[in-house]
Design a protein around this ligand. Structure first.
Ligand code: ZN
Length: 317
């Protein structure tokens, strides 16, 4: 027995049941007319068009018919899984692998494990990452007066800037916020480390009653006055924790960055700028649902699956 011996990782009918139990936990929703908990018929035994591989036609799992609008649907409609042609049980394996590998997993490796082509694995991984993207309606960090750490980092090389060495203009910029009380992070990309890019992020995501924690960068000085308290450490002078007040530091957010950087280096070596926010969302998701926050691999995969609703993705390959 192992985690991956659960039937829904191998049996297509069980995979549909598993997804239904998560997506329709509060009753079946018809994706066509939106009716919740209405009359729904199970259409079992229906087969698709005959093909060379399956002359009798493939069994259509999880097929339902809405009693209100008379249209057919499955639990995949309206989710990131909808147009993927891979069997659902394989996609659930992929969700589990991505949700449980701390540093992420490359599309090449995912493809080898699932025995699908690289491109297929790549699309699937992006679908799952989209499911992990956190909602925008969450409460601001530091609500209730807790400490929120803010820091920026740079990594990688932007397209067309391969020769550049010095400075940061040729690198991707990422700003991260960590709410120390809940242990959760939010990350954002920026083009230039300038007030007009950085200040709105800080102001929109952190409650004014919070204790803001940053390094001594000038950028944070002015905005620090907007908050109940602004603690800074002098990284230039190699001071990482305030000598008098040991709660003044940015070590948590720097720890999160180091996990992110190790993952980007080791697993996702070539990340195009247009996809960066998705990789960030994946790391953010895994960080926020990590073991220290009381969530195990199974719970993390479940949370990722919950996120698939209403997130259809199309790619202009
Ligand atoms: Zn309907």
């Amino acid at each position: 027995m192992s985690v991956l011996s659960s039937p829904y990782f191998h049996d297509e009918a069980k995979a549909f049941e598993h997804l239904e139990s998560i997506v329709w936990a509060d009753g079946i929703v018809c994706p066509h007319c939106g009716v919740v908990g209405g009359r729904v018929y199970d259409l079992s035994g229906v087969r698709g068009k005959p093909t060379l591989k399956t002359p009798e036609g493939a069994l259509r799992h999880g097929l339902k018919k809405c009693g209100e609008c008379r249209k057919q649907f499955t639990v995949k409609v309206g989710t990131v899984f909808e147009h993927a042609r891979m069997p659902l049980h394989k996609m659930l394996q992929a969700v589990h692998l991505i949700a449980s590998s701390k540093k992420g997993i490359s599309a090449h490796q995912l493809g080898r494990i699932l025995e699908v082509q690289y491109k297929t694995a790549w699309f699937l991984a992006h679908r799952i990452r989209e499911a992990m993207r956190s909602g925008d309606l969450a409460a601001p960090f530091g609500s209730g007066g807790g400490a929120v750490e803010v820091d920026e980092t740079y990594f990688g090389t932007k397209e067309g800037r391969r020769g550049a060495k010095a400075g940061t203009a040729h690198k991707f910029g990422v700003l991260a916020l960590v709410d120390r009380e809940t242990g959760t992070m939010r990350s954002f990309t920026f083009d230039k480390f300038r007030a007009d890019e950085v200040h709105p992020i800080v102001l929109n995501n952190i409650a004014r009653e919070a204790r803001l924690m940053t390094d001594e960068a000038k950028m944070y000085k002015k905005i620090g006055r907007e908050f109940a308290e602004h603690g800074t450490t002098l990284h230039g002078a190699r001071q990482y924790v305030d000598y008098k007040d040991r709660t003044i530091h940015t070590n948590t957010v720097e720890g999160a960055f180091s996990i992110f950087k190790r993952g980007m280096k080791g697993v996702y070596q070539h990340c195009g700028e247009q996809h960066l926010h998705r990789y960030l969302a994946e790391f953010e998701f895994r960080y926020n649902s990590r073991q220290a926050n009381g969530i195990d691999d199974r719970g993390r995969a479940r949370a990722a699956i919950k996120g698939i609703v209403g997130k259809r993705l199309t790619y202009a390959a």
